[in-house]
Ligand binder design. Structure first.
Ligand code: DC
Length: 222
């Protein structure tokens, strides 16, 4: 493997995407947001109406979702059957649907294959829940990013407010807890720290501090 892969996993709101995006820019790497892919499948299943109730029907539906990504001004944009859904997948509802579809083996299989193909020959920073454990098990640098639930809830609220949306902090904290439980207890590829991942708690660190740590680690490993 001549390309360098950085895997960043961790719970919702730990700062993965913000940090991975900045670190990718600093290193000249490609940033791949895998959560966006599960959110897109969640949106697709929601639009379909009734959720499929058998493995065959799930597979059939998943096969109808053509997901692709591109980059605009350095930002990942995501397409669902040709439609740019980058904004629509950012709601709390889309996050909840993503968590639901991410439990389905048929969905994970397709996403993992897609992600591995994307990371095959390029220098990448990929973030998600199973990157270090399943998608890129040979990544040269693996980080498990975490933060206190209350800190993560505050960050999520701020993100929503920046986008002109509002939210209730107690409700957001509750939703984050529920999502953590769902992501960590599902039977297929649950969120867990890879044995060779470095644990980074971002609760009392600035974004720049965390980015600097990751860039330094990359320099040491290359
Ligand atoms: O990081 P995010 O909030 O955009 O992720 C949305 C959901 O997708 C989250 O509940 C966990 C799931 N997910 C996953 O199971 N595996 C990944 N590699 C990325 C996200």
């Amino acid at each position: 493997m001549s390309n360098f892969q950085i895997a960043i996993d961790g719970p919702a709101g730990a700062g993965k995407s913000t940090i991975a995006k900045i670190a990718a820019k600093k290193l000249g790497y490609i940033y791949i947001d895998t959560g966006a892919m599960y959110r897109t499948v969640g949106l697709f299943f929601d639009r379909h109406g009734e959720w499929p109730d058998s493995h065959e029907k799930i597979k059939e539906l998943v096969d109808k979702a053509d997901i692709s990504i591109d980059y605009e001004n350095g930002e990942q944009v995501i397409f669902l059957n040709g439609e740019n859904v980058s904004a629509q997948i950012r709601t709390q509802e889309a996050g909840a649907s993503a968590s639901k579809v991410s439990k389905l083996p048929e969905v994970r299989e397709k996403m993992v294959e897609f992600q591995q193909k994307l990371a095959g020959t390029k220098n990448v920073i990929m973030d998600g829940r199973d990157i270090g454990t399943v998608v890129l098990p040979n990544a040269q640098l693996k980080i498990f990013l975490t933060a206190d639930v209350s800190v993560r809830a505050k960050r999520r609220l701020l993100q929503l407010e920046e986008k002109g949306m509002s939210g209730d902090i107690a409700q957001i904290e509750e939703e984050i807890r529920a999502r953590d439980t769902q992501d960590m207890t599902r039977s297929v590829s649950p969120l867990k720290q890879a044995d060779d991942a470095i644990l980074l708690d971002t609760s009392d660190k600035t974004i720049d501090e965390v980015v600097d740590i990751i860039v330094k680690l990359q320099k040491e490993r290359i």
